[in-house]
Design a protein around this ligand. Structure first.
Ligand SMILES: C[S@@+](CC[C@H](N)C(=O)[O-])C[C@H]1O[C@@H](n2cnc3c(N)ncnc32)[C@H](O)[C@@H]1O
Length: 211
């Protein structure tokens, strides 16, 4: 079962814009407190060099990365998310390197980043334009790491609940094989990986730019 597309769009529109203040609480609730830990599963896959958090949301991952001594740049379409992320980074005494923009038209020069991370991105992530832009702003052999889904390995009932909630709110289902084909078509070598980090388990896409 899936909710009607208009309702899914309305829920996400509210969560990213007018109700962005509630985003962290909702993410915490639907993940049984695991959201931030799921996001951090990207860490072991990062390479040395500049990093872009594409669609940074409320900036939680950027704050975590800053605590690890990294200096991520963030981009998000929502000015509401931008404001929340900025406040969060300033509270952590971190310079907020934030840009408002569209993943499909990145305002960065070719080869600007060694890494791009996208955690729980919406449908825009697999659009051809987004993937071509990601390939353009990455350095040759640069990494695109996408957290697609989190797991509750020790508690199967919670895992089922999360998968049910995910299915309910996903309008366009794309098979794992088709996802790989789309990313490869944009000039990446890519594979799925079940990652574990600090006790959290998530399903990631690890893509490396050709060339
Ligand atoms: C599900 S949230 C994920 C936020 C964050 N990465 C996280 O893990 O919590 C999706 C984010 O994508 C942003 N977004 C939606 N469409 C976008 C686009 N075309 N370009 C850039 N950001 C976009 C939304 O504003 C929102 O912050």
């Amino acid at each position: 079962m899936t909710l009607p597309k208009w309702l899914i769009q309305l829920i996400f529109r509210l969560l990213y814009y007018e109700m962005a203040w509630a985003y962290d609480l909702v993410a915490w609730l639907v993940s049984f407190g695991q959201w931030a830990a799921w996001r951090r599963t990207v860490v072991p896959y990062l390479r040395a060099g500049p990093l872009l958090d594409l669609a940074h949301g409320t900036g939680g991952l950027m704050a975590d990365l800053a605590e690890m001594g990294l200096t991520p740049v963030g981009l998000d379409l929502s000015p509401y998310m931008g404001r929340i992320a900025r406040r969060r980074l300033l509270r952590k005494r971190t310079v907020p390197r934030l840009v408002r923009g569209k993943a499909q038209h990145l305002p960065f020069r070719d080869g600007s980043f060694a890494n791009i991370v996208m955690t729980f991105p919406a449908e825009f992530a697999l659009e051809r334009r987004t993937l071509m832009e990601a390939a353009r702003v990455l350095q040759p052999q640069g990494r695109l790491v996408i957290v697609a889904m989190g797991y509750m390995r020790p508690v199967p009932v919670l895992r089922q609940l999360i998968q049910w909630a995910y299915a309910l709110t996903t309008a366009h289902k794309v098979s794992e094989k088709d996802v790989l084909a789309r990313i490869r078509a944009a000039g990446f070598a890519v594979h799925w990986e079940d990652a574990q980090w600090e006790g959290a388990c998530a399903r990631l896409l690890i893509a490396t730019r050709d060339g």
